[in-house]
Each structure stands twice: as structure tokens, then as C-alpha cells.
Design a protein around this ligand. Structure first.
Ligand code: HPA
Length: 234
């Protein structure tokens, strides 16, 4: 039984977009989906199902951080037969050429998370995105002329990182830091589902640059459109 998502059987589509922010879930439902209906409001973590280009798609808020994200993705995979899960969110840029407003398509996700340690102990699992979804996302980004990067991100437990741990990941070419992708990819591996994280660079760790609310909205639209096209491609 699902505890945190109040949908009935069949109310959630097989392909789900996963923003951290439930209000962004509503934005997508209102601006991109036809006949969208809200199927859950538990804890204000809104979820909607509608159609995009004639295909059923859902969009479910997950909250921030690996543990919160994990709860929602677990319930979608365990109780609602979701086959394709695409996170859309933000990341902090780590490389000089990864600019604010660029899109990062996360091929793989390292982490510093206690969740990875709980599962694997001293072993190092390599969480990665689904190759078909990555290919489709890259194809759409190219077609639309959206500046994008394909590579590794790091999923961190800490947003306020006073000790600049991000510098270690930057040294090894990691493109950006966020807080969910590694858990999504690990659950997709466990349940044999397809997953991808598509991120907009909202700020830059080295330069301190960040984008305005309006710029955010426009560049977030790029990411949403890539995610929707990828969701209906499978
Ligand atoms: N850290 C973690 N997640 C983020 C950041 C960050 O700096 N920026 C956007 N998402």
C-alpha cells in the first residue's frame, strides 16, 4: 500500500516526470498536459496525470534530497507499475564550461550519500541513466538548439557545503551537484525500470553566479520539453 501518494490503481501513467517542487509539477500540468487531473495532495506533494502529444504522462513532486526522493520513487515503482521515471531539477555547475542556464543530461551519478553507504557499504555501485532515454534527450536538445552537456553529476546529502567538498568532484570532471539522481538511478536498477535526470544549472559553485527568476523559468522550460519528449518516446 502506498503511504505518501494517494492515487488509486491506474491513475498514474507508466511514464512520470519528477520535479522536486510540487508547484513545478502543477506548472507542467497546467502548461503542457491536456486534461490534467490531480491524483494526490498528501503533504502538498502534488501529482497530476494528463496527456502530452496524445500519450499519458504523469508528473509527481518528490521534495528535496535523496531520502524524500526515494520515498516517492519507491512508491511509484512498487505500487503503481511506473516504468519510466525522469527527474527534472536544478544543479550547481562545477566545470567552467557548464554555464548557468545550460542543461545537464546526467549519464551517471556519484554520491556522498548515507543512503549509498547503507546499501553498499564499502562497495561502489555506479548508478547510471537509461541509455535510450539519454540518447533521446540528447537528440531533442540538439534539435531544439539547447546548450547541453552529457556526463556525470554528484548527488549530495548537503546543500550548505561549508567545506567545499564539491572541489573534489570537480577535479574528476563531474559536471554538477544536485541531491537526488543517484537514488533514482539506484532504484531504477533495483526494480529494472528506466530513469534519467535532466537538470538546469541554476547556480555555479566556482563563480557564485546564479540566474534570475525569469531566466530560471525560461531555461526550465527547455528542460521540461526535453523531458516530455523523452517520456513519450518509450
Ligand atoms: N547543491 C545541491 N543541489 C543544488 C545546488 C547546489 O549547489 N544548486 C542547485 N541544486
Amino acid at each position: 500500500m502506498s503511504t505518501h501518494i494517494a492515487a488509486k490503481e491506474g491513475q498514474i501513467a507508466q511514464a512520470v516526470l519528477l520535479p522536486g517542487d510540487p508547484l513545478r509539477a502543477r506548472f507542467i500540468a497546467e502548461n503542457y498536459l491536456e486534461n490534467a487531473e490531480c491524483y494526490t495532495e498528501v503533504r502538498g506533494m502534488l501529482g497530476f496525470t494528463g496527456t502530452y502529444k496524445g500519450r499519458r504522462v504523469s508528473v509527481q513532486g518528490t521534495g528535496m534530497g535523496l531520502p524524500s526522493h526515494s520515498i516517492y520513487v519507491n512508491e511509484l515503482f512498487r505500487f503503481y507499475d511506473v516504468q519510466t521515471a525522469i527527474r527534472i531539477g536544478t544543479c550547481g555547475g562545477l566545470q567552467p564550461d557548464v554555464k548557468v542556464r545550460d542543461v545537464v543530461i546526467a549519464m551517471a551519478a556519484s554520491s556522498d550519500s548515507g543512503m549509498a553507504f547503507r546499501r553498499f557499504g564499502p562497495r561502489h555501485f555506479a548508478p547510471h541513466g537509461d541509455f535510450g532515454l539519454i540518447s533521446k534527450a540528447v537528440e531533442v536538445a540538439r534539435e531544439k538548439g539547447i546548450r547541453h552537456h552529457v556526463g556525470q553529476v554528484v548527488s549530495s546529502d548537503m546543500f550548505y557545503d561549508d567545506d567545499c567538498d564539491w572541489k573534489l568532484w570537480a577535479k574528476y570532471g563531474v559536471l554538477g551537484v544536485e541531491m537526488e539522481a543517484a537514488e533514482l538511478y539506484t532504484l531504477a536498477a533495483q526494480f529494472r525500470r528506466k530513469a534519467l535526470a535532466i537538470l538546469t544549472v541554476s547556480d555555479h559553485m566556482a563563480t557564485g553566479e546564479s540566474c534570475s527568476a525569469e531566466e530560471r523559468q525560461n531555461s526550465f522550460r527547455n528542460m521540461m520539453e526535453i523531458a516530455l519528449e523523452a517520456a513519450v518516446s518509450v
